[in-house]
Ligand binder design. Structure first.
Ligand code: ADP
Length: 306
C-alpha cells in the first residue's frame, strides 16, 4: 500500500482578461472548482495507476471538505484517516488567471495545518504496514517529519517531496528520506544554487545527497530528472519523452505519485527504470489541462509501463 500524509486544497479558479488592481472589481469569463493540494494530488496519481492508497489528511466539516472526501472515494483512495474539523475551513487556493496565463494565487491552508501527531498515532497501523510513505510540506512540517520517522522505524520506504520549499528545512528531513525528490525551484531554495542546466542539477543533487538522504531526484520539467544515489554517487540524467505540453500544473505531483506506485508495486525495477516510467506518466499529465483532471489512468497508458 502507498500511504500519503499530506494536504487537500480546493482550487477556486477564475479566468479573466486581466488581473484586478487593489480595490478594483472586474468581471471574469469563467469559474471552476478543482481538486488540488500536493498530498491528495500525489495520492490520486498513485491510485489511478492501480495502487492501493490511503491519504492521511484533514479537511473542514464544510461543503468543500465533503466534496473532497467524495473525490478521494471516487478515486478509490481509503478515507479512513481523512479527518474533518469544525475548527478550520478546508484548505483553499484562490486563483485568478488572465488571458496571458499569468496568475495571482492566495493559499489558505486552513484544516491542513490542524493535522497533528494524534492523527498520525491513530493511523500508525497503516503507516507502519505501508510499502511507501510519501510526505510534502503543505501540512505542519513537524507532522511530516514525524510521519517519516514512524515509517523509518518500521522499515517502510520514505519518499519526501520538500514542496513548497523551506529555506530553513529541518536537517532531519534529509536523514529520514530514502528518496528526496524536488524540482528546480525547490532545489535552489534549499541550496542557494539556481538550476539552469544539467550541470547545475548534478551539483545540487550532490549537495542534497551530502545532507544525508539515500537518493536525490531533481525534476527538470521537459528535461526529465537528474538522479543521484548514495550507493553509486554518480549523477544520472533520465530524460523525459518529447511531448506537446498544454498545462504543466501538477506535473511534479503526478511524477511523485507515479514513483510511489513503482516503489510499492515494482520494487525490483532499477531506480533509473522507475524514474523513466514516472517521467512517462507525468509527461502524459502535461498534455491535458488542470491538475488531477489531467492525471492518466492505468488503462489509458502504454501497457509496457506495467
Ligand atoms: P513541477 O511541477 O514541480 O514544477 P517539473 O516541472 O520538474 O515539476 O515536472 C515534473 C515532471 O513532469 C518532470 O520530471 C517530467 O517527468 C514531467 N514533465 C514536466 N514538464 C514536462 C514537459 N514539458 N514535457 C515532458 N515531461 C514533462
Amino acid at each position: 500500500e502507498v500511504v500519503v500524509v499530506g494536504s487537500c486544497m480546493t482550487d477556486l479558479v477564475s479566468l479573466t482578461t486581466r488581473l484586478p488592481k487593489a480595490g478594483e472589481t472586474i468581471l471574469g469569463q469563467k469559474f471552476f472548482v478543482g481538486f488540488g493540494g500536493k498530498g491528495a494530488n500525489q495520492c490520486v496519481q498513485s491510485a489511478r495507476l492501480g495502487a492501493k492508497t490511503s491519504l492521511i489528511c484533514k479537511v473542514g466539516s464544510d461543503s468543500f471538505g465533503n466534496d473532497y472526501v467524495a473525490n478521494l472515494k471516487k478515486n478509490g483512495i481509503s478515507t479512513a484517516f481523512v479527518g474533518q474539523t469544525t475548527d478550520a475551513a478546508t484548505g483553499t487556493a484562490s486563483i485568478i488567471v488572465n488571458s496571458e496565463g499569468q496568475n495571482v494565487i492566495v493559499i489558505v491552508p486552513g484544516a491542513n495545518l490542524l493535522l497533528n501527531f494524534e492523527d498520525l498515532k491513530r493511523a500508525s497501523d497503516v503507516i507502519c504496514k505501508a510499502k511507501v510513505v510519501v510526505c510534502q510540506l503543505e501540512i505542519t512540517p513537524a507532522v511530516s517529519l514525524e510521519a517519516l520517522k514512524m515509517a523509518r522505524a518500521s522499515g517502510v520506504k520514505t519518499l519526501f517531496n520538500p514542496a513548497p520549499a523551506l529555506a530553513d528545512l529541518d536537517p532531519q528531513f534529509y536523514t529520514y528520506s530514502d528518496i528526496f525528490c524536488c524540482n528546480e525551484t525547490e532545489a535552489e531554495i534549499l541550496t542557494g544554487i539556481p538550476v539552469g542546466n544539467l550541470e547545475d542539477a548534478e551539483k545540487v543533487g550532490r549537495m542534497l545527497l551530502g545532507r544525508g538522504c539515500k537518493l536525490v531526484i531533481v525534476t527538470l520539467g521537459a528535461e526529465g530528472c537528474m538522479m543521484i544515489s548514495g550507493d553509486e554517487g554518480i549523477p544520472k540524467h533520465v530524460p523525459a519523452g518529447k511531448v506537446r505540453a498544454v498545462d504543466t500544473t501538477g506535473a511534479g505531483d503526478s511524477f511523485v505519485g507515479a514513483l510511489a506506485f513503482y516503489l510499492a508495486y515494482y520494487p525490483k525495477l532499477s531506480m533509473e527504470e522507475m524514474i523513466r516510467k514516472s517521467n512517462c506518466v507525468a509527461s502524459v499529465s502535461v498534455q491535458a489541462p488542470g491538475t488531477q483532471s489531467s492525471y492518466p489512468y492505468r488503462k489509458d497508458l502504454p501497457q509496457d509501463l506495467f
